[in-house]
Design a protein around this ligand. Structure first.
Ligand code: PHE
Length: 462
């Protein structure tokens, strides 16, 4: 990253800040993959796959990644790199004086709501590092480990303190501008996370009774699939790839003009999907081996893996390493979410980076407290039949992100000039883009129609 650019950016009060840019090819992939790979892959993917019945959900999810996700990621990259602006500013730049900027605003709202509950779950992860160090799982049976989890997230104040701790780290990184430092570390730490998950996979699939778990995950039973499940698969494809709210627009604006956007979008999507699959392979065999309910919800990973750690040599160390790396993965994602809000405040509202970060972090954390309390003291408070935690999750993943993705596709497919899109994707004719025709059909018709149908079907319109 260019040092001058960063200094200008950090200190910019009034003027339009010069933009950061990623230093190297690996830097871009590391940052975009760092955003994509997070709690979504390791915590959320297994638990919603469990709730919606396993294999069939997985198949639908993979289809959405391939048919819609990769294309939307490319669309976001190209919008950001073309406009050189944040999520809101990009639309304003490319289509001035039009309602398109509201798509960016919707993204800022989604970012706010996602980070609210994301910070809570990341807080659970921090508390599990501590539990692992204290050897808190030792000697507990699966029921005991389940009770430990439920107690720890529902006791009111303690999880809130962990949440505040996590959010403070996120804000600190965003203010101090040490993101590139973090990215450097995550280039080492994320491969290490991959190694640990693979080791967990091996342990999990060699447990007695494990094959039922693999069957659950890989043998689709389409009769289990509901409209709600299909919508959740779509919503999770957006959530997991960090799409539909401008994260990849913001990151796209940092990508150098020589990079191949198509290849980058494909690589990031593959890496993200691979981690989710490997997490599923670590979880489900163990879920069956230990007799844990597949539909246990948000606690699934936190309850299943401590049982696995107990059953492996060196489990004490693996547990600590796993939760540390999960927290780092959550951190790189959370940074990218906060960045959407902060980039908007600093560039469009002319607020200093520090002020913008502090204000938005305080607001987000306060909203997040509601979602934390929804695990205990406020569990009975329901809006549309959902507690605050599930409400924030549902509104963002199943409504705002797919809707944002829909508009992003329409924008690229119908509003931008096809020649300009072609020039941006091909770096002005420097690289070949054999996928261009297919990409435009996806943007114009396939993705918007697919999203609309899945959404209307999911909310029971037909
Ligand atoms: N993709 C991240 C994860 O899987 C979460 C995220 C969602 C990040 C939306 C940015 C935008 O954990």
């Amino acid at each position: 990253m260019d040092n001058n650019a960063r200094q200008t950016n950090a200190g910019s009060g009034g003027k339009l800040p010069q933009r950061d840019s990623f230093g190297s090819k690996l830097g871009i992939i590391a940052a975009a993959a760092g955003s994509a790979i997070g709690l979504g892959n390791i915590w959320k993917f297994p638990y919603i796959t469990g709730i919606f019945g396993g294999g069939a959900f997985l198949v639908v999810y993979l289809v959405f990644i391939l048919l819609i996700g990769v294309g939307v990621m490319l669309a976001e990259f190209l919008i950001g790199r073309m406009a050189q602006r944040n999520a809101v500013g990009s639309f304003r730049e490319l289509k001035p004086n039009s309602p398109w900027q509201y798509v960016g605003w919707m993204g800022v709202i989604a970012a706010f709501m996602i980070l609210a509950y994301y910070g809570v779950v990341a807080g659970w992860t921090l508390s599990y590092i501590f539990k692992a160090i204290m050897n808190a799982f030792e000697g507990l049976d699966p029921d005991g480990i389940g009770t430990l989890f439920n107690n720890s997230i529902s006791e009111g104040l303690t999880p809130i303190l962990w949440q505040i701790g996590f959010m403070a780290i996120v804000a600190w990184v965003v203010i101090a501008g040490v993101k590139d430092g973090i990215e450097k570390y995550s280039k080492i730490l994320m491969p290490l996370l991959l190694v640990i998950i693979v080791i967990l996979d091996i342990r999990a699939i060699t447990l007695p009774g494990a094959s039922a778990g693999l069957e659950f995950l890989f043998k689709p039973d389409f009769s289990k699939l509901t409209g709600d499940g299909i919508l959740s698969a779509l919503g999770h494809a957006f959530f997991s790839l960090s799409l539909g709210m401008g994260t990849m627009i913001t990151y796209g604006s940092y990508i150098g003009k020589k990079e191949n956007l198509g290849v980058t979008a494909l690589q990031v999507s593959i890496a993200d999907t691979l981690i989710a699959l490997l997490a599923g392979i670590a979880i489900f065999p163990a879920v069956f081996a230990f007799g844990i309910a597949t539909n246990s919800g948000p606690g699934l990973v936190f309850v299943t893996l401590p049982n696995v750690f107990q059953q492996m040599p060196g489990g004490y160390i693996f547990a600590i390493m796993f939760f540390v790396l999960l927290a780092v993965a959550a951190l790189t994602s959370a940074i990218s979410i906060l960045e959407v809000v902060v980039a908007y405040f600093t560039e469009d509202l002319n607020i200093s980076r520090k002020k913008a970060t502090i204000i938005s972090t305080v607001g987000i954390t306060a909203a997040g407290v509601l979602t934390s309390l929804a695990q205990g003291p406020l569990a009975h408070v329901k809006v549309f039949g959902l507690n605050f935690f599930d409400l924030f999750d549902w509104i963002t993943a199943n409504l705002l992100l797919p809707l944002g993705g829909l508009f992003i596709c329409l924008f690229v497919g119908w509003i931008l000039s096809p020649q300009k899109v072609k020039d941006e994707l091909s770096n002005n004719g420097e690289i070949s883009i054999p996928y261009f025709g297919a990409f435009m059909i996806i943007m114009k018709i396939i993705a918007p129609a697919g999203i609309a149908v899945v959404f209307l079907h999911g909310i029971g319109m037909f």
